[in-house]
Design a protein around this ligand. Structure first.
Ligand SMILES: [Zn+2]
Length: 352
């Protein structure tokens, strides 16, 4: 990236009301067949235009191409029976009815590659594409075939690697893996979670990112956050291993969270996507709010490695709110860019 402090979003943006029900995760599509294909592409164009107009530097599809960040990917795989559902506890936090792994999992066809090609044709800006991470995938399934979380995670890592290589060939600049499960299962993360993530990015020449958040602004997550105490130190358990991994960027929740900013120090040398937009609130941050979070982060991450971002996806928000937040992110980053530039000038006249 040539731009200092390049902005991006963690992933999803709200869908237009003609495509899916507003304010709803897992909303069913309102169109079907060819109309759905075209409708998703139109929604992608709108979402991209909103990002570009707001001045977002690294753009995405706003996840207009998928119903949900984990299940849509899994729907395209063999070995998973969506009729056979079981209620399981997701991320140790809430119960959900999920499909069952009944045989060897396989990727029969590319999942998002056509969509990524479509996005690539619409913009000259760098593009980022999100995929679910292996650990978050296994946590969203009932498994009666492998009967081992680790074994299934390795299988998914292989499948994700196939998809990622084709996304790279389609012109994606940054491939991001969403791993909210990394904030919950610390021992597994260190034992094999990060290792499976490295398998998923094996052989890639494009940049890679991992997004680790405290979840969408839904009730189950905000209730959980209330139980976490005055300081959220979960990141501390996984950053040392993550720092030694091959992943280039780490996307984190920072603004309005109780994560002590100094934990970022544990990721020294990594590029850090600092969440400077709260996705659990309808209040639109001011550019100054954003700048304030970025300035705090700059104490622990070098300016050339700081990537201003949102805390998580904004799918459940109203479209106007999400647009306002994109603009604030962009304007806040610009404030800090100017400060850094004037510091540079001031610095250059100091002798020696
Ligand atoms: Zn997230």
């Amino acid at each position: 990236m040539n731009t200092l402090l390049p902005t991006s979003t963690a992933g999803s943006l709200p869908k237009p009301s003609w495509l899916a029900r507003p304010g709803t995760l897992w909303s069913p599509w309102k169109l079907e067949g060819d109309e759905l294909v075209e409708g998703r592409q139109d929604a992608l164009r709108v979402s991209l235009a909103e990002q570009e107009r707001a001045g977002i530097d690294i753009v995405s599809d706003g996840e207009q191409t998928r119903q949900h960040f984990v299940t849509t990917f899994i729907e395209h795989l063999g070995g998973v029976d969506f009729e056979r559902r079981e209620t399981v506890r997701i991320r140790d936090r809430y119960d959900a009815s999920v499909p069952t792994v009944v045989g060897a999992v396989e990727r029969k066809n590319p999942v998002f590659v056509e969509d990524a090609r479509f996005l690539r044709r619409q913009t000259t800006r760098p593009i980022k594409w999100a995929l679910p991470g292996p650990m978050t995938m296994i946590d969203t399934l009932h498994d009666i075939h492998y009967r081992s979380r680790e074994k299934l995670a390795w299988e998914f890592a292989t499948i994700l690697n196939q998809e990622a290589r084709e996304l790279e060939a389609a012109g994606v600049d940054i491939i991001q893996f969403d791993e909210p499960a990394f904030n919950v299962f610390f021992d597994e993360v260190n034992d094999w979670g990060i290792a499976t993530l490295e398998k998923a990015i094996e052989g890639l020449r494009c940049e890679t990112a991992v997004h680790i958040c405290y979840g969408y602004g839904i009730k189950a997550n905000t209730d959980w956050k209330r139980t976490l105490g005055s300081e959220w130190r979960q990141y501390e358990r996984i950053f040392p291993r993550l720092r030694s991994s091959r992943v280039d960027l780490v996307s984190l929740e920072c603004h309005n969270s109780r994560v002590p900013m100094e934990l970022i120090e544990l990721l020294r040398d990594k590029k850090v996507m600092v969440g400077a937009i709260d996705v659990a609130s309808d209040t639109i941050e001011s550019p100054e709010d954003v700048a304030d979070t970025l300035r705090k982060a700059l104490r622990f991450v070098d300016a050339d490695k700081l990537y201003p971002c949102t805390n998580c996806g904004m799918a459940p928000l109203a479209r106007g709110v999400a647009c306002g937040k994109l603009e604030a992110l962009s304007a806040g980053a610009e404030l800090v860019r100017r400060e850094l530039a004037s510091q540079d000038e001031a610095g250059s006249v100091v002798p020696g």
